[in-house]
Design a protein around this ligand. Structure first.
Ligand SMILES: C[S@@+](CC[C@H](N)C(=O)[O-])C[C@H]1O[C@@H](n2cnc3c(N)ncnc32)[C@H](O)[C@@H]1O
Length: 226
């Protein structure tokens, strides 16, 4: 299957239906717990770097949506006795409206912005993203990876789906009950067609980045700041 870079997700249309967009963001956490593998990523890529129980570690979630992945990683770290402050950033105005409805603890914050809007000096122990890379064109991928690299103190993990006809068919069937009432099924299918294979992503990244393949039809693009 070729990469359909010309497609756009319905949720990225500024004039899209607000109620459908809202429901889509509320459904992302369920999709993420089913498919995104943050439990495995935490165990293999984050936990080994958490060593000091008195240190306040920091994590930035780029394109965070409602921050469910960073809350999940924070919960796992807390269960292991570590302190992790999470920051989510997302430019979609709907996200800030929905996050305002939550009460965030002192160990969580959200900013409605792009990465380049953050103070230049701001760095984080960990930077993560989930389902962000396929929204970006190759030139945008290159520039966001460079910026993430410069702001990462320990490790960056960009987690995403990769293109596959089987994944496209399976996702369409599994998510067919959600065909109406949100963008989750239609955008998911578009995302699979737009997404990068791990080889395509490695070709865009510098040699400082590596790939960890994950099931089902996923990979994490990882930068270690040695
Ligand atoms: C498919 S959603 C994923 C949301 C969340 N990470 C999750 O896994 O549920 C992609 C998110 O990336 C955001 N986004 C798109 N382009 C972005 C960019 N250049 N920088 C930061 N976020 C971006 C969108 O607003 C959207 O909320």
């Amino acid at each position: 299957m070729r990469r359909h870079s010309e497609l756009t997700e319905l949720m990225d249309d500024p004039d899209c239906d607000v109620n459908l967009l809202k429901r889509t963001y509320h459904l992302f956490p369920y999709v993420n717990r089913l498919f995104s593998q943050w439990s495995t990523i935490y165990r293999l890529e984050i936990k080994p770097h958490l060593q000091d129980r008195n240190h306040l570690y920091t994590l930035l979630d780029v394109g965070s949506g409602l921050m469910d992945n960073s809350f999940f990683v924070q919960k796992l770290a807390t269960n292991d006795g570590f302190k992790l402050k999470i920051t989510g950033i997302d430019p979609n105005p709907m996200v800030s409206r929905l996050i305002e409805e939550k009460s965030l603890s002192s160990l969580a914050e959200f900013k409605s912005c792009y990465l380049h809007d953050l103070d230049e000096a701001k760095k984080f122990d960990f930077i993560i993203s989930n389902h962000l890379l396929h929204h970006l064109q190759p030139s945008e991928v290159k520039s966001i990876l460079a910026e993430i690299q410069s702001r990462t103190k320990i490790k960056a993990i960009m987690n995403d789906i990769h293109r596959s006809r089987i994944a496209w068919c399976a996702f369409g069937v599994i998510m067919s009950p959600f065909r109406f009432g949100s963008f989750i099924q239609r955008d998911g299918l578009t995302s699979i067609k737009k997404s990068y294979t791990s080889d395509e992503m490695l070709a865009l990244a510098t040699e400082d980045w590596r790939i960890r393949k994950l099931f089902p039809y996923r990979y994490s693009l990882i930068y270690d700041n040695h």
